[in-house]
Design a protein around this ligand. Sequence first.
Ligand SMILES: O=C(O)c1ccccc1NCC(=O)[C@H](O)[C@H](O)COP(=O)(O)O
Length: 217
Amino acid sequence: MSVSVKICGLSRLEDVVAAHAARANYVGFVFFPKSLRNVSIEQAAALAVDVPVGVCKVALVVNADNAALDAITDAVPLDMLQLHGSESADRVAEVRARYGLPVMKAVGIAEQSDLLKLDDYLAVADQILVDAKPPKDGSLPGGNGLAFDWTLLSGRRWPKPWMLAGGLTPSNVQRALNLTGAQQVDVSSGVESAPGVKDPALMAEFVAAAKGAPKAL
Ligand SMILES: O=C(O)c1ccccc1NCC(=O)[C@H](O)[C@H](O)COP(=O)(O)O
């Protein structure tokens, strides 16, 4: 089976079209006002209707309360919610039950001990996003273009679908897949020409590199 690719932080119609043309399997919309990739509910609703059937539309939120999630899910046709803050396992379960959508929980990794946090979410999340831990003084909990030590994941397997993220680019994604055995990858900064502006050639290069990567044993 070919590797699945999520392209996150889309905010322009031409980027959505190019992501689909590149054969992305998931597209992500960021609802986080401090981010240059932030989209309004109206923007996301307009973008989502142009996403072809079969491409998974993901809303990324950070510690969003029910009022914020109600507003997003009422207006935007979505296929998945990505919780990218410090949401607890109970909150993940609550969101999943309340909205009836699959939930992907992001977990930040910098060192071996961070992997233990993943276990908290295995019973409640539909997928886990194994991402780089943000810098301590950073303003964004994700989308920082930072990689972590992929060898930390060598030989690790989890009983839930998971996605590798953090600092992936067209030139390093094959190596990342080979070292980690990931079957899914998520990229944002690595396919941009400027923060929030996706580059169609980089998206196509990234997806081709990911889907063409030899499988890890
Ligand atoms: O992209 C953002 O601005 C963002 C803001 C707040 C939380 C998460 C955010 N992005 C997450 C992602 O785009 C990806 O899921 C992941 O972190 C990989 O990003 P990158 O290292 O830039 O490829």
